[in-house]
Design a protein around this ligand. Structure first.
Ligand SMILES: Nc1nc2c(ncn2[C@@H]2O[C@H](COP(=O)(O)OP(=O)(O)O)[C@@H](O)[C@H]2O)c(=O)[nH]1
Ligand SMILES: [Mg+2]
Length: 201
């Protein structure tokens, strides 16, 4: 397994702060505590690229990383944390919308969902946004080391049923930061989408 070098190239609290880049971009999003920081660290094999925190809902800004000199990985702020004000929630929703609407080099979004939970409304709202904005996305099931293979199959079926008419869904990907399940598959998908983007340019 290779260690990828990663460098923070920008943080944005508002759209004007999005960095200008010309590399293919990949965004990672999901509810607070879903395992996003752990997944990002597993992908680049770093201990602390994205801060793994025990306090959910702390990161409000969008963080942009240049990875392996070839990609931009974007760490979106976690959502769905109960203990935030209405103002904060609105601010998050606007930043989230503007990001997915505006980013020209964004080629693929990974929406992380906790494999232990039934499909959540707030995650399905993100799916609707990606469909509306015509963004390719995959659903990553996190923490699969915590559930049985039978439950995982059932979970995937539930999502398959709900998302059967979606046009921009690429695939469902089981993942675990503990066993590193799904890491190679996710990196392969990222390479594939980056190549495709290069050929289109
Ligand atoms: N068992 C297990 N725990 C995980 C996994 N990924 C994250 N966690 C734990 O879930 C909690 C939240 O993880 P974190 O990556 O900070 O989530 P974030 O808020 O989405 O960035 C932490 O206690 C992690 O150790 C996983 O794949 N398996
Ligand atoms: Mg985090």
């Amino acid at each position: 397994m290779k260690l990828l070098d990663a460098e923070l190239i920008g943080s944005a609290f508002k759209p004007e702060e999005f960095p200008k880049t010309d590399l293919p971009e990949f965004a990672f999003c999901g509810r607070s505590n879903v395992g996003k920081s752990s997944l990002l660290n597993t992908l680049v094999l770093r201990e602390n690229l994205a801060h793994v925190s025990s306090k959910p809902g702390k990161t409000r800004q969008i963080n942009f990383y240049k990875v392996a000199g070839k990609y931009i990985f974007v760490d979106m702020p976690g959502f769905g944390y109960a203990n935030v004000s209405k103002d904060e929630r609105l601010r998050w929703a606007e930043l989230n919308y503007e990001y997915f609407k505006r980013r020209e080099n964004l080629v693929l979004v990974a929406l992380l969902v906790d494999s232990r939970l039934e499909p959540q409304k707030i995650d399905l709202a993100q799916v609707e946004l990606f469909e509306e904005l015509r963004r390719n996305y995959l659903i990553v099931f996190t923490k699969t080391d915590k559930i049985s293979e039978d439950l995982l199959k059932k979970r995937i079926k539930e999502f398959e049923f709900l998302l059967q008419y979606c046009n921009f869904l690429i695939e469902f990907l089981p993942f675990s930061a503990v066993t590193k399940r799904g890491r190679e598959e996710l990196l392969a998908l990222i390479r594939k989408f980056a190549e495709k983007e290069k050929m289109l340019k």
